[in-house]
Design a protein around this ligand. Structure first.
Ligand SMILES: Nc1nc2c(ncn2[C@@H]2O[C@H](COP(=O)(O)OP(=O)(O)OP(=O)(O)O)[C@@H](O)[C@H]2O)c(=O)[nH]1
Ligand SMILES: [Mg+2]
Length: 324
């Protein structure tokens, strides 16, 4: 008895008693990517990660959920937090959900990357800037889309507007398209990350499940393919997501929910052409995501008013406390 106890104590002392090691130099922390819709937040995060994780389109309000993009090296782990664009107007429950999601991303991050579009300052940028007033978290403004300007001097008046309106620590001009300025962002972010060990295992690129990413890929095709109005009334629910060992492929059944019969017609298209095209595009991306063969089936269903019904939203994954 006594013998055993002494052994255990010694082990504990040996495990905890070595203070000769330097404290860890490894850096890990969170960088929130925020701003009004359509400024390029998701494109920037994808470029920083070197892979497409968050969906993008030329339409505003593409991103609806918060999504972590995890970038791990031997020296650091940066967890970027992509967020829905903060917007004014749009009083539906889904708009509230998106704005709430974006607002909550400020809390508990080490640095905020406030993305603005070169040359275009709007009321929505103003509203974002107001939210940042007085907060202690460092703010780095990323002036994106500078590729739209041949002559950089033309941006001086815009820079003055930004400087007059945003309490920021620094500003970095970038172009996600041209991949310019990306290393400067990483360098700047690292200034603010605490010295601590990894939060996520090094093989993780996101906190989201493959199932979630699959639904997003399909929604991206809706955003990119359909006209102005329909995408906003649509969402995607994955009904089946399983790997069939015998057939050696993923079987994915997805439901596209729309709010009205007319929208269903548009999604399907003449002789089913529209949904077929979107299915082909989505399948291609799903093959890349899952690195395997994919059988994809898409269905369309009308669920009236889903975007303005808190309970329907929660059941469709628009949930503040999502699990994956
Ligand atoms: N010219 C130019 N366009 C860009 C650049 N970065 C992104 N875009 C385009 O801007 C549009 C919006 O990009 P997203 O990344 O979806 O923008 P977002 O800020 O995530 O938008 P929401 O999710 O709706 O808030 C897309 O058409 C992109 O291709 C850039 O550096 N230059
Ligand atoms: Mg986005």
């Amino acid at each position: 008895m006594t013998e055993k106890k002494r052994t255990l104590d010694l082990e504990a002392i040996l495990a905890g008693g070595d203070d000769s090691k330097e404290p860890t130099e490894y850096q890990t922390g969170f960088a929130a990517v925020i701003g009004r819709p359509n400024v390029g937040k998701s494109t920037i995060m994808n470029e920083l990660l070197g892979q497409k994780l968050s969906i993008t389109s030329h339409k505003p309000q593409t991103t609806r959920h918060r999504i972590h993009g995890i970038y791990t090296t031997d020296e650091h782990q940066i967890i970027y937090v992509d967020t829905p664009g903060m917007h004014l107007g749009g009083e539906k429950s889904i708009n509230e959900y998106m704005n709430r999601t974006a607002n909550s991303a400020f809390a508990d991050v080490d640095v905020i990357l406030f993305v603005v579009e070169a040359g275009r300052w709007t009321k929505e940028d103003d509203a974002v800037a107001k939210k940042l007033e007085g907060i202690e978290t460092p703010v780095v403004v990323l002036m994106n889309k500078i590729d739209n300007y041949k002559n950089k001097e033309d941006l001086f008046p815009f820079l003055e507007t930004v400087a007059a309106n945003v309490q920021m620590d620094t500003l970095i001009p970038i172009s996600a398209y041209k991949k310019s300025g990306l290393n400067l962002i990483k360098k700047e972010v690292l200034k603010y990350l605490p010295k601590q060990e990894k939060i996520f295992p090094e093989e993780y690129v996101t906190d989201r499940s493959q199932r979630f990413l699959a639904a997003e890929i399909i929604r991206e095709k809706l955003m990119r393919t359909l006209g102005e109005e329909v995408p906003y009334g649509s969402t995607v629910e994955i009904e089946q997501f399983k790997f069939d060992k015998e057939e050696d492929r993923w079987i994915i059944n997805a439901l596209i929910l729309v709010e009205r019969k007319g929208q269903k017609k548009i999604v399907i298209g003449k002789k089913g052409e529209m949904i077929k095209t979107m299915g082909i595009q989505a399948r291609k991306d799903l093959i890349t995501l899952l690195d395997a063969r994919v059988h994809l089936e898409l269905w369309v269903k009308v669920k009236e008013n889903w975007s303005d019904d808190a309970r329907a939203l929660a059941s469709l994954g628009y949930d503040d406390n999502y699990s994956s």
